[in-house]
Design a protein around this ligand. Structure first.
Ligand code: IKT
Length: 365
C-alpha cells in the first residue's frame, strides 16, 4: 500500500494513542491533529514524540504517582463536550489545559476542524477520535467534511447503536462525495464485532452473540476520562445527557460509590446493528457488557466474545474469542482503528464509497 497520510480529530486518550500506535505501522504518516484549541499540521509528517510529550505534559495531576485519580477536567473531552461549539469559538474555558497548542507544531485556531477540511486534498484518512456525547455529533462532523468537498476515508470509534442509522442516512452523500466511512471501528464495536463475524462462520444460524469486556484503567484513567464518562452514561441511573453534565467531582463520587469497579449490562453498543447489517444475526440477539476497574491496571475479567449457533449438520455450539489479559484497552481500540483505516484507504482508492461496519471489512495490519 502506498503511503497514507492521516489526520486525527481529538487529542484525548484515543487520539494520542492512535498517533503513537501509527509509529509502529508501515506506510502511515500522521499529518494533522486537532482539538478544540488548535491544530498541528505538517505534511512531511508530524513529530509525534514531541506532540505527545507536549500534550501529556499538560496533565496537572498525572496518573499513577500517588495512586489517586487526577482532577484535570479536560483531558479527553476536546472538541466534543460542547458539540464542537468551542472548536469554533476558540474560547478557552476556566481551568482548561492548553491541549494540542502546547505542542511547538500547533497553533491556536478559531475552527480547527475546518482547517483540516480545507487541507483535505492532502489527507487520505481522518480518524474521529471523539467520544460522541451528543448522538449526532459525529454525523454532524461528517456533514462538514461532505460540505467541504472532502473525498477520502473517515473512521470513527463511536459506541452507540442509534448513530449507525444516522450515518446510513448519509450513505448516498458519502458516495457522491467519494468518502469511505467506517463506523464503530474501536474495540466494541469494532474489533470484537469483527471477531464475532469470524466466529459466526461455523454456523448457518446464529442464536446469540455475547460480548463481555474487562478494562483496568488505573494508570490510563487520566487519558480516558471521556471514555469513562461515556461508560457512566450506560449505568441505569444515567443517560447521555445527565452523564454529559456531570462535573469531574461527581464522576469521582460515582466511581467511589462503586469502590472503583463499575459493571455494565445491556449496553447500547452498536455491535448489535453492525452485526445485523452484515447479515449475521438480529440486533436483539446481541448483548454487550463489561467491567471497568479504575483502581487497577489488570483487567477485572477476560474480554470474551461468545457466538452461539447451529451448524449446517445440526450441531449447536459456542465459538469463543478471547483477548489476552495482558493486552490493554489502548492496544485493542487503536490497533483495530488503524487496521480498519488501512483497509478503508484501499477500498477508497479502488473507488468504493459509502458506509461500512467492522463486520464487513477485514482490518489491515
Ligand atoms: C471501546 O472503547 O471500544 C469500548 C470500551 C471497552 C473496550 C474493550 C477493550 C477490551 C480489552 O482491552 O480487553 C468501553 C466500553 N468504553
Amino acid at each position: 500500500m502506498n503511503d497514507t497520510t492521516f489526520a486525527v480529530l481529538g487529542t484525548g486518550g484515543i487520539g494520542r494513542r492512535t498517533l503513537e500506535v501509527s509509529q509502529h505501522k508501515d506506510g502511515l504518516t500522521p499529518v494533522a491533529a486537532c482539538d478544540r484549541h488548535g491544530v498541528a499540521m505538517d505534511f512531511d509528517g508530524l513529530d509525534v514524540d514531541e506532540l505527545l510529550e507536549a500534550t501529556e505534559g499538560n496533565i496537572d495531576s498525572g496518573p499513577g504517582t500517588d495512586g489517586t485519580r487526577g482532577t484535570d477536567a479536560s483531558r479527553d473531552d476536546d472538541l466534543e463536550t460542547d458539540g464542537g461549539a468551542a472548536a469554533s469559538s476558540g474560547v478557552k474555558q476556566h481551568g482548561e489545559n492548553a491541549g494540542v497548542v502546547a505542542s511547538a507544531q500547533a497553533r491556536p485556531s478559531e475552527d480547527p476542524i475546518q482547517e483540516i477540511i480545507d487541507h483535505g486534498d492532502a489527507i487520505d484518512a481522518v480518524l474521529l477520535a471523539l467520544p460522541n456525547y451528543e448522538h449526532d455529533f459525529i454525523p454532524r462532523v461528517a456533514d462538514r467534511f461532505i460540505a467541504g468537498g472532502y473525498a477520502g476515508v473517515m473512521v470513527d470509534v463511536l459506541k452507540r447503536s442509534r448513530v449507525i442509522g444516522m450515518l446510513d442516512e448519509r450513505a448516498s452523500a458519502f458516495e457522491d462525495a467519494g468518502i469511505t466511512f467506517v463506523c464503530g471501528a474501536g474495540a466494541t464495536p469494532g474489533f470484537l464485532t469483527g471477531a464475532a463475524a469470524l466466529a459466526a462462520q461455523s454456523f448457518v444460524e446464529v442464536e446469540s452473540v455475547d460480548i463481555w469486556w474487562g478494562v483496568g484503567l488505573k494508570s490510563g484513567y487520566e487519558d480516558n476520562r471521556g471514555t469513562v464518562r461515556e461508560d457512566i452514561a450506560h449505568l441505569p441511573e444515567y443517560d447521555i445527557d445527565t452523564a454529559r453534565t456531570l462535573s469531574e467531582d461527581e464522576i469521582e463520587a460515582i466511581i467511589d460509590d462503586h469502590d472503583g469497579v463499575l459493571e455494565f449490562d445491556d449496553m447500547e453498543h452498536a455491535d448489535d446493528v453492525l452485526l445485523e447489517r452484515a447479515g449475521i444475526c438480529d440486533a436483539e440477539d446481541v448483548t454487550v457488557g463489561g467491567i471497568l476497574d479504575v483502581e487497577h491496571d489488570e483487567k477485572p475479567t477476560t474480554t470474551t466474545v461468545s457466538v452461539t449457533g447451529t451448524t449446517f449438520d445440526g450441531e449447536t455450539g459456542t465459538n469463543t474469542f478471547e483477548l489476552d489479559d495482558a493486552t490493554s484497552m489502548a492496544a485493542n481500540v487503536n490497533g483495530p482503528a488503524i487496521g480498519y483505516l488501512k483497509t478503508a484507504v484501499c477500498r477508497n482508492r479502488a473507488g468504493e464509497y459509502g458506509v461500512f461496519g467492522p463486520a464487513e471489512l477485514m482490518p489491515g495490519f
